[in-house]
Write a protein that binds this ligand. Structure first.
Ligand code: SAH
Ligand code: SF4
Ligand code: F3S
Length: 443
């Protein structure tokens, strides 16, 4: 146990579904288990413990858990001492039901209780923990210990959601909105930078709703937090996701003008372009308010690339509503976007509302995605000939090739045999591929 890399080390396999917050939580769970002598493995077959960190956002996402658990049956039968844990948002939503349906599961732990995972494993805490405890899990997790880290990292600053959009499970699976304190965030950011991180993406379900008491004793909003992080020497890039349009405060928009490290990229989900549907979704803004917000953001940062999320086939959506969404997309011009067919989720206000016919929703999704793909291609094409900064994150498949991200979050492949991971290079873009760009080092 004292030598985690030694032959006695136990192996932990983690599979992560869902959003970036789950990716972050998986890292923190791995660290918590590391303190118990577990090391990560990529090979499920050799694992002593399998942890599935799940997503509940759409029906398909939740069903994946059960098919993956089904596939684990032979492994558990061959090695009864194998521990199987379910974490994340399905764990929170379904709790004990998971073990009833799949008795091979040993532990069920929600997103706000996973700091107790080691105690659960030792039998010192219940095998099902899905409450929203008073204590802050971050106070009980081990310090992030890895000595050297990849150049781009996530940092959760806010969790939970009080918005209650009519279709969404997040307020129920993640709980009420909570902001982490400034000092903790700044400490974690500095620590990441000391370990080689040059880019931090601040995470939250409503990240721009973050607020707290600052180092000066005053109430800070998210824009002020970003300014404070901008003072950290060696932190070259700051990003954040996901934002709600109603929380885009003036100071945050101004930070996009004033803070050079803040990247010109904003994911701002709108879901629909129809006022009627926006109202039924409880989004609490109109299409026009969204468009005027985009204008103000682009005034502050003219090269801002915008991305979004859309739901098609929300209950009550007509052809006219769908056309309004297409018009909004045309007016904004998105760099890329995620679009989903509406999935009714138990426990949400829209669950019982009459559904749009499935084939109609499918056709609308296709039409919407075709438009978004055209915009994505045009955005990428417009990068050709430009010189962009690229942060190299890994080597490519070809010898001497590096892969990194531009300021606009495009993946860029570059022939750069001398370069190292973590270099922030100037790259001239030569051509675009399906989902990436190719470029050459520029002087
Ligand atoms: N907090 C973020 C989104 C979290 S969920 C926000 O407010 O934008 C990510 C995306 O999943 C949402 O933006 C929405 O487009 C999609 N989504 C959420 N619930 C859904 C459902 N029931 N059916 C289909 N898509 C859904
Ligand atoms: Fe879900 Fe709406 Fe909250 Fe986003 S703002 S997490 S879509 S309830
Ligand atoms: Fe899914 Fe939970 Fe994230 S439902 S999208 S993993 S907050």
């Amino acid at each position: 146990m004292s030598d985690p890399a030694g032959p006695a080390a136990k192996k932990l396999f983690i599979k992560t579904y869902g959003c970036q917050m789950n990716v972050y939580d998986s890292q923190r769970m791995a660290e918590a288990m590391g303190a118990e002598g577990y090391v990560l493995t990529e090979d499920q077959a050799e694992a002593d413990m399998v942890l599935l960190n799940t997503c509940h956002i759409r029906e398909k996402a939740a069903e994946k858990l059960y098919s993956d658990l089904g596939r684990l049956k032979p492994l558990k039968a061959a090695r009864p001492d194998l521990k199987i844990g379910v974490a994340g948002c399905v764990a929170q939503a379904e709790g004990a039901e998971i073990i009833r349906r799949m008795p091979l599961v040993d532990l069920v732990v929600g997103p706000q209780t996973y700091h107790r995972l080691p105690a659960m494993l030792r039998g010192e805490a219940p095998a099902i923990l899905t409450d929203f405890p008073e204590e802050d899990k971050f106070d009980h997790l081990p310090e992030r210990r890895a000595t050297r880290r990849a150049p781009a990292a996530f940092l959760t600053v806010q969790e939970g959601c009080d918005k209650f959009c009519a279709f969404c499970v997040v307020p129920y699976t993640r709980g009420a909105e909570v902001s982490r304190p400034v000092a903790r965030i700044v400490h974690e950011a500095r620590d990441l930078v000391a370990r080689g991180v040059r880019e931090i993406t601040l995470l939250g379900q409503n990240v721009n709703g973050w607020h707290g008491i600052g180092e000066d004793g005053r109430e800070w909003g998210f824009g002020r937090l970003i300014r404070a992080l901008g003072d950290i020497e060696g932190l070259d890039r700051i990003r954040y996701t996901t934002s709600h349009p109603n929380d885009m405060a003036d100071d945050l928009i101004a930070a996009h003008r004033d803070v050079p490290q803040l990247m010109p990229y904003l994911h701002l989900p709108v879901q629909s372009g129809s006022d009627r549907i926006l109202k039924a979704m409880n989004r609490r803004h109109t299409a026009d308010q969204y468009l005027r917000l985009i204008d103000r953001i682009r005034e502050a940062r003219p090269d801002m690339m915008l991305t979004s999320d859309f739901i098609v086939g929300f209950p009550g959506e007509t052809d006219q509503d769908h056309d309004a969404t297409l018009r909004l997309i045309e007016q904004v011009g998105f760099g890329t976007a995620f679009s989903f067919k509406y999935s009714p989720r138990p426990g949400t206000p829209a669950y019982d509302r009459p559904e749009v016919e499935s084939a109609v929703a499918d056709a609308r999704l296709q039409e919407l995605q075709a438009l978004l793909t055209r915009q994505q291609k045009a955005t990428q094409q417009a990068m050709v000939g430009r010189t962009l900064r690229v942060l190299f994150e890994k080597s490519g498949r070809m010898t001497g090739q590096m892969v990194g991200k531009s300021d606009y979050l495009h993946s860029v492949f570059v022939d750069a045999p001398e370069a190292r991971i973590g270099d922030l290079a100037k790259v001239r873009i030569l051509e675009t591929a399906a989902n990436s760009l190719r470029g050459e080092l520029s002087a």
